[in-house]
Design a protein around this ligand. Structure first.
Ligand code: SPV
Ligand code: MG
Length: 545
């Protein structure tokens, strides 16, 4: 099946040039103005030397190099779908420079070039036009021929600009030159005039009698009704500098106002909103592309850290601060946890505080305060955090304020295809031997090589499982994908609403999820985390961090 391609920009310019009606090009001088021209409805763009040089802050006298012009043209071509006609001045040199120019323009997606019969470096036609020296006709024809021979695309157009009127010569010289350029292969004539009435261009058009399309630039004879140009049969009228001239007035006014007022109040309503710049830049396309190309969790995850308890087992260390703010290697535990989340691209983090909330004050976090922390437990804290942020568009990670971990743990969860997943440590015996409180789990199968191919799911989580049923220790990490978040939220809210669950822990929630038919995927791992419950753990945390 063949896919029909839209016509090339070169072809579209040629259609404009050869169409029977009068067509219009408007000036643009950078990417955003090119886009504005296209959005206004124009079928083509004039990349004028006057405005391209002015936007660089230099004169229209080849002070900006031709490659600097080329750079800007590339932005303009990328930003638009309509053809660009470059004002190529004199072609920036002789025949050799012109043929290289043509090849480069084709490579950058420029549809056509106009070259004028003057000498490099040129000057703008409206500055002392009659002092300007015209090129030798034969030499200029060599520029045209070399340019035409260089083009790879048959539809690329070379317009030749006759400056005879500008330089003070008459109609005869203009026609003699136009005839020679036409014979050399020029695709159309731009006849220029600095008079305030269109007498010269109309006289030329009459005598030329349609030997090739004729383009005009009515900057000086701006009072002429467009109907006159149409009736005379001109091919294209170029509005050559009007965007930059309008922008200059607007910018001067804004600059003066802000300077005078030293505030933004009087300009804000008169200028484009920032959103409009984003739109012109195509920001939404990038957002869509990010959805398509970036790992989903990285851009769309948030975390809740449960850190309400004091941690009385740490004694004096938690007299002035809760456990999550106890320092390990000079930084609070919480800061280590936040760094691990940040390293995994998770920036939106809510911390549930309880004991001495004002002591938990790290920047760039949001906080939810559980004032009943002394009489409630983890489930209630989690319910409060979920209530405080009803956003279900992001995946949710939950962990504890006293568990430090390696980023690897989050990666294991991130790669999970299941809606609800947990990480379980296979080295649970040490906790049993030391008699420490831990959340043990029974799964559909113990850890083995098989679990790589055949995933394990949670059956039960509790602190008091019989040893022969323990498959691992849950370290408190839970990931709920955005798709499961509304269901998850409902279960948490229902459980938290029951006064019997005031002291429920997260392992109760896990078991309850399983009882309600949710599949909780288990990822087995070994190590990479540390639960700080005792002074001994604080010391161990020093070497872990
Ligand atoms: C330009 O826009 O740079 C032109 C047209 O060449 S004019 O300024 O009228 O010469
Ligand atoms: Mg120019």
């Amino acid at each position: 099946m063949s896919v029909r391609q839209p016509p090339r920009k070169t072809t579209r310019f040629r259609q404009l040039l050869n169409s029977t009606g009068l067509e219009f090009l408007l000036e643009a001088h950078n990417g955003i103005t090119a886009k504005i021209v296209e959005e206004a409805g124009f079928s083509g763009i004039w990349a004028g030397g006057l405005c391209m040089s002015a936007q660089y802050g230099v004169r229209d006298s080849n002070e900006a190099s031709w490659t600097q012009v080329l750079e800007m043209l590339e932005f303009m071509a990328d930003a638009t779908t309509i053809p660009i006609l470059l004002d190529g001045d004199t072609g920036y040199g002789n025949f050799n420079n012109v043929r290289r120019l043509v090849r480069k323009l084709e490579q950058r997606g420029v549809a056509a070039v106009c070259i004028e019969d003057k000498l490099y470096p040129k000057t703008n036609s409206f500055i002392d036009g009659d002092k300007q020296q015209l090129a030798d006709v034969d030499e200029f024809c060599s520029r045209i021929k070399a340019g035409k021979d260089a083009q790879a695309d048959d539809d690329f157009a070379i317009i030749t600009r006759v400056e005879a009127f500008i330089a003070g010569w008459g109609l005869g010289e203009a026609l003699r030159r136009a005839e020679a350029y036409h014979a050399a292969g020029s695709d159309g004539i731009l006849i220029h005039s600095a008079l305030s009435r269109p007498t010269e261009v109309l006289a030329f058009q009459k005598e030329w009698a349609g030997r090739s399309p004729v383009v005009i630039v009515p900057t000086k004879y701006h009072g002429t009704p467009t109907e006159v140009f149409r009736e005379a049969g001109f091919s294209i009228a170029i509005w050559a500098n009007h965007l930059l001239r309008s922008a200059v007035v607007a910018m001067q006014d804004t600059a003066r106002t802000i300077f005078r007022d030293q505030n933004l109040q009087s300009v804000e309503d008169r200028i484009a909103p920032v959103k409009e710049l984003f739109r012109l830049q195509g920001a939404s396309e990038l957002q869509e592309a990010e959805e398509r190309y970036l790992p989903r969790q990285q851009a769309r995850s948030r975390a809740v850290i449960l850190a309400a308890s004091r941690g009385s087992a740490l004694g004096e260390l938690t007299e002035q601060r809760p456990k999550t703010m106890v320092k390990v290697r000079g930084r609070p535990l919480l800061s280590h946890i936040v760094s691990a989340y940040n390293a995994a691209g998770i920036k939106r983090i809510n911390v549930v505080r309880g004991y001495l909330p004002e002591a938990v004050d790290l920047p760039a976090l949001t906080y939810t305060d559980n004032r009943d922390y002394a009489d409630t437990s983890e489930l209630v804290s989690l319910a409060m955090a979920l209530d405080a942020d009803p956003d279900d568009s992001m995946d949710l990670y939950v962990s504890y304020g006293d568990v430090i971990f390696n980023r690897y743990i989050l990666d294991a969860l991130r790669e999970s295809d299941d809606e609800i997943s947990i990480v379980v440590d296979t080295e649970w015996r040490e906790s049993v031997n030391r008699g420490r409180a831990a959340d043990y789990v029974t799964c559909t199968q113990p850890h083995s090589r098989r679990t790589f191919y055949q995933p394990a799911f949670l059956e039960r989580a509790a602190e008091d499982l019989p040893e022969d049923r323990i498959h691992g220790e849950w370290m408190g990490f839970l990931r709920v994908s955005s798709s499961a978040l509304p269901r998850f939220r409902a279960v948490v809210a229902a459980m938290a609403a029951d006064p019997a669950n005031r002291l429920a822990k997260l392992h109760h929630l896990l078991s309850s999820l399983v009882d309600r038919g949710e599949r909780v995927r288990v990822h087995y791992t070994t190590g990479h985390w540390l639960d700080v419950d005792s002074l001994e753990d604080v010391v161990a945390a020093g070497s872990f961090a």
